[in-house]
Design a protein around this ligand. Structure first.
Ligand SMILES: NC(=O)c1ccc[n+]([C@@H]2O[C@H](COP(=O)([O-])OP(=O)(O)OC[C@H]3O[C@@H](n4cnc5c(N)ncnc54)[C@H](O)[C@@H]3O)[C@@H](O)[C@H]2O)c1
Ligand SMILES: O=C(O)C[C@H](O)C(=O)O
Length: 320
């Protein structure tokens, strides 16, 4: 069977890390695309040379022409700009929306059968715009954020409780902003929902509250430390988990920005929800039972996403 073709649109910090992981995992041949000349070629060559050390058979190529992504099975989009300290993700909207238009047109022309994973921020509005600009089916265009946010939640819980990260299952819902919703009742430590884990003495309520708050602001914490850009290792791992589930038809349930069509009482927007990812793309949304407090937090987060969609429409009236 032919190897999968993975096109990485954007060869910056996340794009380069994605290429490295995809090659090491032998997930498929990799095209690194960027408007910057030399960057994708240099990173592709560097990783290709590394493949002789880690011993995996993959082809890597850098490109500045969309024709090179032709026939891609998966496109992972990181093209655009990241935030710097003092900025919010929403400040990136104007510049990254223009980038999404160019990327969407490139994918439409050259890789219309791909499964597309958008990472560019502000995520929920960018993936919504990218789907429209590309014209690809909604189930084939999805956004990466929830896997990252829930990984942060899980890591902080593991660190505090001393339980292996493998035995913590954490979930976040909503938009990829500071009002995202870490799902305390649905997340577990060793199988115990977090309120029961508190009762069992794994952590205190105050510690849990602090972890929820730290999760919400997890992106900003890294931006403040790095000063020159934002997180890239955990975001790349998160997108690789999504791409792997699609390519191997694993049907993992992962929290992703997914187009809603009545689920959670909403339609016509992308927002983070658990979804089965398999060979058909976003195959089935999982609807968590939510109480009034969770519903209110989710509604607030959705409102923020809708505000960003309105801002996009004001810039580009072709968006509906
Ligand atoms: N969804 C998430 O959870 C998440 C996590 C981390 C970062 N991000 C976002 O991902 C994006 C990329 O982050 P990064 O750290 O890789 O940034 P980066 O600056 O290192 O890389 C971005 C790359 O995009 C390229 N680019 C710009 N315009 C382009 C265009 N029109 N076509 C093709 N390439 C273009 C740049 O040349 C650069 O190489 C940012 O918007 C960041 O905010 C999202
Ligand atoms: O916070 C950012 O700007 C990048 C990304 O969205 C993240 O959560 O790490």
């Amino acid at each position: 069977m032919a190897r999968a073709k993975i096109a990485l649109i954007g060869a910056g910090m996340i794009g380069g890390t994605l290429a490295h992981i995809a090659a090491r995992e032998e997930l498929g041949d990799v095209i690194l695309f960027d408007i910057a000349e030399g960057t994708p070629q240099g990173k592709a060559l560097d990783i290709a040379e590394a493949s002789a050390v880690f011993g995996k058979d993959v082809a890597l190529k850098g490109a500045n022409d969309y024709a090179d992504i032709a026939g891609a099975d998966v496109c992972i989009v990181t093209a655009g700009v990241p935030r710097k300290p003092g900025m919010s993700r929403d400040d990136l909207l104007g510049i990254n929306l223009k980038v999404m238009k160019a990327v969407g047109e490139g994918i439409k022309a050259h890789a219309p059968n791909a499964f597309v994973i958008c990472i560019t921020n502000p995520l929920d509005a960018m993936v919504w715009a990218l789907q429209q600009f590309s014209g690809l089916p909604k189930e084939k265009v999805i956004g990466m954020a929830g896997v990252l946010d829930s990984a942060r939640f899980a890591y902080f819980l593991a660190e505090k409780t001393g339980v292996s990260v493998e035995d913590i299952h954490a979930w976040t819902l909503g938009g990829h902003g500071d009002d995202m919703v870490p799902m305390v009742r649905h997340s577990t430590v060793g199988g115990l929902p977090l309120p029961d884990a508190v009762k069992a003495g794994f952590l205190t309520q105050e510690e849990l509250d602090a972890i929820v708050e730290r999760t919400r602001k997890g992106g900003g914490e890294i931006v403040a430390l790095l000063k020159t850009g934002s997180a890239f290792y955990a975001p790349a791992e998160s997108a690789i988990a999504m791409a792997t589930s699609y390519l191997k038809d694993k049907k993992r349930v992962l929290p992703c920005a997914t187009f809603l069509n009545g689920e959670y009482g909403l339609s016509g927007l992308y927002v983070g929800v658990p979804v089965v990812i398999g060979a058909a793309g976003a195959e089935k949304i999982v609807e968590f039972e939510t109480n009034d407090a969770e519903k209110a937090m989710f509604a607030k987060s959705v409102e923020s996403v809708q505000g960003l969609m309105e801002a996009c429409k004001a810039i580009d009236p072709s968006l509906v």
